[in-house]
Ligand binder design. Structure first.
Ligand SMILES: CC(C)(COP(=O)(O)OP(=O)(O)OC[C@H]1O[C@@H](n2cnc3c(N)ncnc32)[C@H](O)[C@@H]1OP(=O)(O)O)[C@@H](O)C(=O)NCCC(=O)NCCS
Length: 177
């Protein structure tokens, strides 16, 4: 890695603490340790750390989900009766966290993490990315718009209530990839 370049690497058990610190410095949301442990345990979690001049400065985590909820009730019933696990078809990647340390913003780190997760999404034959943004997070709102995300009409009331933010509502942004 040469100086002043952005490089990416996997989140592992050895750097989970770094991932946690980056999120805690940048985000209003606090995740329990189990959330971080799942990053390296669950195949549905997609995460990456970003380094600037070899310093860890950013991180992204997405989760493969089913947005459409089009699972036929017959299948659900059958799976319960047969005591088998229902195989959920993932049709979207939900960005759970994206954070870059304040001193390293505007240097292309967030863009590189977003490009990476877009590629990961496509590699998994999934073509939609979705996320929530706090209604007062004007910078992130403008940033996501610039990146091609579309703000949905719906406002999610009290999404950030647990974080005790003065205005706890969230917007949903989506992009087809
Ligand atoms: C949102 C965030 C991840 C962006 O990361 P970043 O590393 O600063 O972003 P980049 O440097 O890659 O952005 C570069 C591009 O975005 C543009 N940009 C940067 N800040 C912007 C802003 N506030 N509004 C609009 N565009 C912006 C740059 O002009 C540049 O455009 P270009 O690619 O056309 O040259 C970062 O600001 C952050 O961590 N914010 C706090 C946490 C947060 O709000 N996360 C999202 C919550 S869901």
């Amino acid at each position: 890695m040469t100086r002043s370049t952005v490089a990416l690497d996997d989140v592992t058990v050895n750097n989970l603490g770094t991932f946690k610190i980056i999120n805690e410095v940048c985000l209003p949301t606090t995740y329990p340790d189990s959330w971080y442990e799942n990053s390296v345990k669950l195949p549905s979690e997609v995460s990456q750390l970003a380094f600037y001049s070899e310093l860890p400065v950013g991180a992204i985590q997405g989760k493969l989900i089913n947005l459409s909820h089009k699972i036929p009730s017959f299948e659900v019933a059958t799976s319960i009766l047969m005591n088998t696990k229902l195989k959920i078809v993932h049709d979207a990647l939900y960005i759970e966290s994206l954070a870059v340390l304040p001193a390293y913003r505007g240097k292309g780190v967030g863009s590189k993490l977003l490009e990476w997760i877009i590629e990961q999404t496509k590699e998994r034959f999934v073509h939609e990315i979705a996320l929530h943004v706090h209604v007062d997070n004007k910078e992130a709102i403008e940033w996501y718009k610039k990146k091609g995300f579309q703000q949905q009409e719906e406002v999610v009331k009290d999404y950030y209530k647990q974080q005790e933010l003065p205005n706890p509502d969230a917007y949903i942004f989506k992009m087809t990839v």
